[in-house]
Design a protein around this ligand. Structure first.
Ligand code: GLN
Length: 231
């Protein structure tokens, strides 16, 4: 069975571990750089990204996390995890924070406002329906949620949603965000990122999608290995 690392510094890592159990995959909690070594894929959960970044720094995890991402191993960030993976984050009240990076996008850390503006919505996700069948939408649980303001050319948008009036006009540095929809789920090669929390619902489709990415990437590295052995 697949073994998936779950960054377990802070936030919703227990819920990710449980979601993996439900689909018969094994989750391994990761708190130290050396625990990343034998792993093929990693989930970075939601939580509070500044706190998570401080803890990651304390445990000297940033270099190992960056190496993991640049090795092309599948990584999925939910909410704060998405912020971690972004190349650029805006909307910090108190200065910046360290990011892992790798995902070519700009995220707004608190695009949807504070705890009070947390919300749930039915999100249309064509790609999930294509891979998994069933309903075209998924339940999006947004908690002090970030959003993706801009993406690079290699980023595939998996879901967007209307900008709530209460948060429209949030700044993208000195510009104002004036589109009426904002991106909340993307994929760039082996990086998956969602602004919402599938691990807080009973819908396992996102976890299964991520496992499928993991399998594809293992098959690719096996193929590369056998090529280099036979040549
Ligand atoms: N906005 C939060 C942050 O900056 C993320 C919220 C979440 O992960 N639920 O970290």
């Amino acid at each position: 069975a697949a073994v998936v690392g779950v960054l377990a510094l802070q936030g919703s890592y227990n819920e990710h571990m449980a979601a993996l159990r439900r689909i018969g995959a094994k989750g391994v909690e990761v708190r130290k750089p050396e625990q990343l070594l034998g792993l093929d894929s990693l989930i970075i959960p939601g939580g509070e990204s500044t706190t998570m970044a401080k803890l990651a720094d304390y445990h000297n995890l940033f270099p190992a996390l960056r190496e993991f991402v640049s090795a092309g191993k599948p990584v999925w960030g939910t909410c704060a995890g998405l912020i971690f993976l972004a190349n650029k984050a805006v909307g910090q009240k108190s200065g910046g924070q360290e990011l892992v990076g790798g995902l070519d996008c700009t995220v707004h850390r608190n695009f949807f406002g504070s705890q009070l503006q947390s919300f749930e919505t039915e999100l249309p996700v064509p790609m999930l329906a294509e891979k998994e069948g069933g309903s075209l939408t998924c339940r999006g649980v947004f908690i002090r949620a970030p959003a993706i303001l801009e993406v690079g050319p290699h980023v595939e948008v998996l879901a967007d949603c209307p900008v709530p009036t209460i948060t429209s006009g949030k700044g993208l540095e000195d510009e104002v965000y004036s589109k009426d929809r904002v991106i909340v789920a993307v994929r760039q090669g082996d990086i998956l990122a969602t602004a919402f929390h599938p691990e807080l619902t009973s819908d396992s489709r996102w976890h299964r999608l991520f496992l499928a990415m993991d399998k594809d990437s293992q098959a690719r590295s096996l193929a590369a290995l056998s090529l280099s052995v036979s040549s």
